[in-house]
Design a binder for this molecule. Structure first.
Ligand SMILES: [Zn+2]
Length: 327
């Protein structure tokens, strides 16, 4: 697959290739937040084996999980949002609910993404907007709630690729599994509320035009398992503890924030059995483009501290825009 080559991408590739280090270039990571994971690759090439998954951060909660199977390369995308139109979400005033939705194929196509599955955590503009276009482009199967599917249908997604899930599904795929988990959205502001709350059950609504039209539509988390490596992703800084009981992911992709949630980080990490790797997600100000280093809007240090205190044995690995990490 032709991958867009950036300086970071080249460095990441050469570092991994030369030394077996799993982490992309630390040279461009924000000072003090260098990736620290040093897991070595499993010996490659044994017939019939599924390769170790490589994670690449696409900004916000966008992740590409790529691995090789005996039947070829497989790619799972989570909440891919490449267009990143300006909303002012992290400014003093916050996002204007009437900000028009925009999808930029010229921007999205730069990343040459492939996908077998696209997993949608919730309906908000910074998670779902680009998925209809990417579904058409890649032919991927797209998972989301009834509301997410209705919103994507209204945005022109190919209906026969969309699959309604509720949480609890455990899907056997070609060389990997996907567990869909009921979850919860972040609660923010003085009254700890969910932004653009609501659902759109039944038939697809009128075509969404502005960011407020993309309602949350309930929130899902996903556990993707590839061989011995499992990765759990949360699209918002909240979760349903009971849904996670007994899960032991290798990697937890944990959104920053969660201040309104009782013991957000310690409760999560204890429930998940203190994962080996914790990678922050949803920590960059997406008013700035993906091909620049991520700009921390303030959540990174508190999450790092909380993880260190709650689960000292977990490695907190910060991956910059388009950098990769192989657990
Ligand atoms: Zn959201």
């Amino acid at each position: 697959m032709a991958t867009r080559v950036t300086r970071r991408g080249v460095l990441a590739g050469s570092v991994a290739g030369a030394t077996g280090l799993a982490v992309g270039s630390a040279a461009t990571a924000a000072p003090g937040y260098r990736p620290t994971g040093t897991a070595t690759r499993a010996s490659a090439g044994s017939a019939g084996a599924v390769g170790r998954p490589r994670l690449r951060w696409l900004g916000n909660n966008g992740w590409e999980i790529r691995f090789d199977t005996p039947n070829g390369r497989r790619t799972v995308l989570i909440d891919p949002w490449l267009t990143r139109f300006h909303t002012g979400t992290y400014t003093e005033q916050g996002a204007d609910p009437n900000t028009p939705l925009s999808v930029r194929p010229d921007v999205i196509d730069r990343y040459h993404l492939a996908a077998d599955h696209i997993l949608v955590t919730h309906g908000h503009y910074d998670h779902l907007t680009d998925v209809p276009y990417l579904a058409g482009k890649t032919g991927a199967t797209v998972l989301g709630t009834e509301t997410h599917v209705n919103l994507m249908t209204a945005l022109g997604a190919p209906a026969d690729q969309l699959s309604v899930v509720r949480g609890g599904e455990y899907l056997e795929c070609d060389g990997y599994t996907i567990q869909v988990l009921r979850s919860l959205h972040s609660m923010t502001g003085e009254r700890s509320r969910v932004a653009f709350a609501g659902t759109r059950p039944g038939h697809p609504p009128a075509t969404p035009k502005v960011i407020a039209d993309l309602v949350e539509g309930e929130t899902l988390a996903y556990l993707i398992t590839v061989g011995e490596v499992s990765i759990i992703d949360f699209g918002g800084s909240n979760y349903l503890g009971a849904e996670l009981a007994g899960l032991r992911p290798t990697v937890a992709l944990v959104p920053v924030g969660g201040g309104a949630i009782h013991r957000y980080v310690p409760r999560l990490l204890a429930t998940l059995g203190n994962p080996r790797y914790v990678l922050p997600t949803h920590w960059d100000d997406f008013d700035y483009p993906l091909d620049e280093p991520a700009r921390d809007y303030g959540g990174l240090a508190p999450l790092r501290t909380a993880v260190r205190q709650a689960s000292p044995a977990s490695r907190f690995v910060v991956v910059d825009h388009l950098e990769t990490f192989t657990p």
